[in-house]
Write a protein that binds this ligand. Structure first.
Ligand SMILES: [Zn+2]
Length: 665
């Protein structure tokens, strides 16, 4: 079995009742004779010293906050109460002390003497105290406390002792891609809560790209395409506030000058030849003032919505840059800047992006392939490099003194890699922010080799990435490996093995994810279009009328199937028709994308089975092949009907055909 699939299975398996670390307590506490499980904390705190015995949380808990404490501390106290109240038999509220009963008190205090940003100390004796150097630390102390609640003989209790803790890295992130496959706000909000529970603190939202534009622009309204979902500015402002409450900073990404098909097609004057472009071909003209007016106003809008001091402007994969070599405006810029190569011209573009970001009070982040080490003039060193690919580039950029985010694609692309699910848990746990996968992982790899970033590297931290994957599948693939990334970034240096991590995960964290709203994927209705065995191979000609058809109508759906490499040639296609008996009203998805789609030609495996996934959600339909985006279209209106999978004269063999109803999800 594919180890990644095995891993999915583990996630869905019911959690074990207890972990491996069982021991009896000897302290003279009424509850001490019980055999209990050491709290299975994720991430592992820096120092844990249990002194023996348990503090029972019978009845009422009072959370105490000093009168002069900032409003943020009160807000954290509320989060603590809400979290504690999810435990059976616990009733927590913010002080004052009641006149009757003997409640357990939990005091939250800011104390600058705690060492380091985000540091906290959690002391559990007859009372509980959390002290922290700043409100972030208090929140992380609260999250550790919530993870520490055990149930012993039906009573909630905390293990007595002291935990002192602080993160290894200050940037502990997750990137979500609502562009390729729409992610709704409810999904993002519960993801924020999960991130907070595991002490991740940066949500990087990839908001615009070739395929779609998800940010409501008031300056560039033609980018807001009718019928296509986007986040309004009001929704995003609300999301920023929600995330901040959970200690999460939202950093937006607006990808320019490449990956800009939506913008170029809405405003063709952004193109060197003033014409619309196809996927991966679009690039802004470097020389025309309109390009800079467009970017400036967009960044101004972003700055208005997102208070973060950072903005990510992408700048990766400028595939259309060859056009800059022949465009008179780009050539004029080249002369004016005194440069002679396209790489150098690109560097001047990045330097000007930095100016735009600074003008709006932001620090610029770009993907590492925006900058070519050794090509003068190098862009300013205040730019932060998001290192995702190619150690030959990332290593020298770190050496040169750029601050770095490590988002090494091999271990950290958790939902897609042209690899479908990303790499197994072991590979994710072996990564930390000092290490970069090299050589680049290939499809089918389960083990990675790592290079270490140079000793002088300024590493802020790193982030996992979830590209181009349907919402429910994203969620299923993120966990528990995102928790392993949290472990890597918070507890760097304590490499955990997968078995130990899984033991901790299985000690209650699946239930925690469910409480935070992560749905049970198995609960989604699945229709198998044939047979019952997942690996059974069928040809449409063997089925009725040469089709594999669903038994009922669907509107929003996810269709997964596998085709052998031999059936996925240049001209072969798979058609899917909604509305029975009316093929013109349906839509067709080609197994092989049209030529010229650079990114997708490499998606099909030469041998073995290729995994296809078609997702229709509202008017947006996407096809991914082996986890990479192959095709995306926005129809004028959602389509509904019977889903039909047909082969070419029955020549195709399908297996593992699964149709899921996403309506209302
Ligand atoms: Zn140009």
């Amino acid at each position: 079995m594919n180890p990644v699939l095995a891993f999915e299975w583990r996630l869905r398996r019911p959690a074990k009742a207890a972990g491996l670390f069982l021991f009896a307590l000897l302290a003279p506490d009424p509850m001490a004779a019980q055999t209990v499980t050491v709290p299975a904390l994720i991430p592992t705190p820096l120092h844990v010293a249990y002194t023996g015995g348990l503090l029972a949380l019978r009845g009422r808990v009072r959370v105490m906050v000093a009168g002069e404490a900032p409003q943020r501390v009160r807000e954290i106290a509320e989060l603590l109460c809400n979290g504690l109240n999810e435990n059976k038999g616990v009733s927590a509220a913010i002080g004052p002390l009641p006149s009757t009963g003997q409640p357990v008190t939990v005091a939250l205090r800011l104390n600058r003497s705690e060492v380091g940003a985000e540091a906290y100390r959690l002391s559990i004796g007859d009372t509980v105290e959390i002290t922290a150097s700043d409100p972030h630390g208090l929140l992380w102390g609260v999250q550790t406390l919530l993870q520490s609640v055990e149930t012993v003989d039906g009573t909630c209790a905390l293990r007595r002792g002291e935990i002192s803790d602080r993160p290894a890295r200050r940037w502990r992130g997750l990137m979500l891609d609502p562009v390729r496959s729409w992610l709704d706000l409810a999904f993002i909000r519960r993801t924020v809560r999960v991130m907070s529970a595991y002490k991740l603190n940066v949500l990087h939202l990839h908001l615009i790209d070739d395929n779609a534009w998800r940010f409501e622009s008031k300056a560039w309204r033609k980018c807001n395409r009718p019928g296509e979902p986007l986040y309004t500015q009001a929704e995003l402002k609300e999301l920023v506030i929600f995330a901040a409450r959970y200690g999460i900073e939202i950093v937006p990404e607006f990808d320019v000058p490449g990956h800009s098909m939506t913008a170029v097609n809405a405003y063709p004057e952004l193109d060197c030849e003033r014409q619309p472009r196809t996927m991966n071909e679009a690039i802004f003209c470097a020389g025309r003032p309109f390009t800079w007016e467009f970017i400036d106003k967009l960044v101004a809008e972003a700055a208005e919505v997102f208070p973060s001091s950072y903005i990510h402007l992408g700048a990766d994969e400028p595939y259309g840059i060859k056009r800059w070599a022949t465009c008179p405006d780009c050539q004029a810029r080249m002369k004016a800047k005194g440069v002679t190569s396209l790489e150098a011209l690109y560097h001047t573009f990045i330097a000007d992006l930095d100016q735009v970001a600074q003008r709006h009070g932001k620090k610029l982040i770009v993907w590492n392939d925006a900058i070519h080490p050794g090509v003068a003039p190098m862009p300013p060193k205040d730019i932060i490099i998001d290192g995702w690919v190619n150690f030959e580039s990332v290593g020298p950029l770190a050496e040169a003194g750029y601050a770095m985010l490590n988002s090494s694609s091999g271990p950290l692309y958790l939902t897609s890699y042209g690899l479908r699910e990303g790499l197994p848990l072991d590979a994710v746990l072996l990564w930390d922010a000092r290490r970069f996968a090299h050589p680049r992982a290939k499809r089918g790899d389960t083990v990675l080799r790592y290079e270490t970033l140079p000793p002088n590297a300024m590493i802020l931290g790193g982030h996992a990435s979830a590209w181009a994957t349907e919402q429910r599948l994203t969620e299923r693939r993120l966990y528990p490996r995102l928790l392993a990334v949290a472990e890597d970034l918070w507890s760097e240096g304590d490499a955990q093995d997968a078995a130990e991590f899984e033991t901790r995960f299985n000690s209650g964290h699946l239930a925690r994810l469910r409480r935070l709203g992560v749905p049970d994927d198995d609960a989604l209705p699945v229709e198998r279009l044939f047979g019952t065995a997942a690996d059974a191979i069928v040809t449409p000609s063997a089925a009725k009328e040469g089709w594999l058809a669903s038994k009922r109508s669907y509107r929003d759906f996810s269709l997964r199937f596998e085709l052998p490499a031999s059936a996925a040639g240049e001209r072969t296609g798979v058609s899917i028709r909604c509305a029975p008996g009316a093929p013109p009203a349906g839509f067709a998805v080609m197994a092989a994308p049209p030529p010229g789609w650079i990114m997708t030609r490499g998606l099909l495996a030469a041998n073995g089975w290729n995994h296809f996934e078609v997702v229709a959600r509202g008017p947006v339909v996407t096809l991914t092949i082996n986890g990479g985006l192959a095709w995306s279209v926005v129809d004028p209106a959602p389509r509904a009907g019977v889903i039909v999978l047909s082969g070419d004269g029955g020549r195709f063999q399908f297996r593992n055909v699964q149709l899921r109803d996403l309506e209302g999800q």
